[in-house]
Write a protein that binds this ligand. Structure first.
Ligand code: COA
Length: 436
């Protein structure tokens, strides 16, 4: 049977496709803007048919109505990265959280250690050879397809066809649901003076010829504002957002000196606006590859002058980083932070930066210093004190690698929120028997 017949015979509507998901199945959903929204909508509408279905994913941008109270016996959510939508389900006991390095997700799916009976993905329409592209999300999607016993694809004409290893053949897919949906978008945030100052400090650590990993948000965008005079910057990053486009179009990012994947921006997913998704369509400048390649610390370590920039919730006076929880409440996940911190530190001339504002101000006006004497009770260590390299706030740069505990604490207090410095100094004096 040719691929066209295979495709035609397996075209179904969304309700029929998700109605075949059996009780107790582990369902893996594609990540981020790769979310098959028509399929997740149909799952919620058909939730009555389910019994103990467990849903897994990394970042989720759409609503997760399948985790609303009352449905917990039907579907239970167990993400590998908690986001705005999964937090309540996890903290209220209707879901659970599995800590996992992003690069290990496909490895653990392959090994059968992360459940994956069903894969729900989103793809571009097939090309003349019967290949579809998973576009904005390659990460763990392909491994999920290769492991699951039942694979459903939402065929969405809005999905860009990206190059690299984004292609699946239609014969690898069991059911096709044609449904046009706009992809989820994340718009660039406003950059405040605090973020500009952080961006300027981070950019001062980036030498010409560096290869960068940047996440999404105001801090990475602020870093890019201060890279405009740099030369020969490369991108090897878990993801890119719209901020990268300006530097690429101006020639600052040319990927010319990358040690591997020269001339290309290497990523595992894309998260931004339609402008980014259109840019990525059929564009050889972007190479999208699975996360067990892109985020593997050994892959990252092969990039000369690799610099990674990530953020955190808290850093304690030893340099331990909590990037994912507020006390016992899981706010996000490790994502690719440790993958890149470790890869960059193994790279020749590599650096890793944890960049964050010195303080967070709650809605009731309470100011909470993000540099603390000890991490909050319940908070995990995301990046360990031996892994951490530079910590940056709006007040400057604190070097950690090679520094004693005493020197680390001194460096961190200098860049802490000014109102918190006295109490941090008291703790310093108690710990190190030295007056600051
Ligand atoms: N104590 C209490 N609350 C804190 C806090 C602290 N020390 N630090 C931050 N918060 C709160 C903020 O007040 C804010 O609350 P709100 O939602 O009620 O406004 C919330 O946490 C988010 O803070 P914000 O500063 O806006 O965080 P962010 O969106 O910049 O995200 C991380 C920061 C650390 C959560 C995020 O970078 C992350 O998830 N990192 C881990 C994964 C990673 O690094 N991946 C890298 C590859 S992309």
């Amino acid at each position: 049977m040719g691929w066209r017949e295979h495709y035609k015979e397996r075209k179904v509507n969304a309700a029929e496709a998700v109605g075949r998901i059996g009780g107790g199945s582990h369902v893996v959903l594609a990540h981020c803007a790769g979310e098959p929204a028509a399929l997740t909508r149909a799952m919620v509408e058909n939730a009555d048919r389910y019994d103990n279905v467990v849903i897994h994913h990394m970042v989720r941008l759409g609503p997760i109505d399948y985790a609303t109270p009352g449905l917990e016996k039907k579907c239970r959510v167990e993400p590998w990265f908690s986001g705005i939508n999964a937090r309540a389900a996890i903290s209220e006991g209707r879901g659970d959280f599995a800590p996992v390095f992003f690069h290990e997700v496909p490895i653990l799916i392959r090994a059968g250690r992360l459940g994956c009976d069903v894969a729900l993905i989103s793809v571009s329409p097939p090309d003349e050879n019967g290949f579809v592209s998973t576009g904005v999300s390659v990460d763990y999607t392909h491994q999920a397809v290769r492991t699951a016993q039942y694979v459903v694809a939402q065929v969405n004409p809005r999905m860009p066809r990206t190059l690299g290893e984004s292609f699946l053949h239609v014969t690898e897919i069991d059911a096709f649901v044609e449904a046009e949906d706009e992809l989820f978008e994340v718009t660039p945030p406003k950059i405040t003076d605090v973020e500009r100052a952080i961006g300027e400090h981070c950019a001062s650590l980036v030498e010409n010829g560096s290869t960068l990993q940047l996440g999404i948000g105001a801090i990475p965008d602020a870093v890019m504002l201060f890279l405009k005079d740099k030369k020969d910057i490369g991108i090897h990053s878990e993801m890119i957002a719209d901020g990268t486009l300006e530097l690429y179009n101006s020639g600052v990012i040319n990927n010319a000196l990358k040690s591997e994947n020269k001339g290309k921006m290497t990523v595992t997913f894309l998260m931004g606006t339609r402008a980014l998704y259109d840019f990525a369509h059929d564009n050889p400048a972007i190479e999208v590859r699975p996360v067990d390649y892109v985020n593997h610390p050994i892959t990252i370590s092969r990039q000369y002058k690799m610099v990674c920039i990530n953020s955190a919730m808290q850093v304690d006076l030893m340099g331990q980083v909590n990037a994912e929880a507020i006390g016992f409440n899981q706010f996000s996940g490790v994502g690719g932070q440790v993958d890149f911190v470790r890869g960059a530190s193994m790279a020749e001339g590599g650096k890793s930066i944890i960049a964050m504002p010195s303080v967070t101000v709650k809605k009731d006006g309470t100011a909470i210093s993000k540099i603390v004497s000890s991490l909050d009770e319940g908070a995990p260590v995301t990046t360990s004190r031996c892994d951490v390299d530079y910590v940056v706030t709006e007040f400057g740069i604190a070097a950690m690698k090679g520094k004693s505990l005493r020197q680390r604490a001194k460096n961190l207090i200098q860049i802490a929120y000014p109102d918190a410095r006295d109490s941090l100094k008291e703790e310093f004096e108690r710990r190190f028997k030295e007056k600051l």
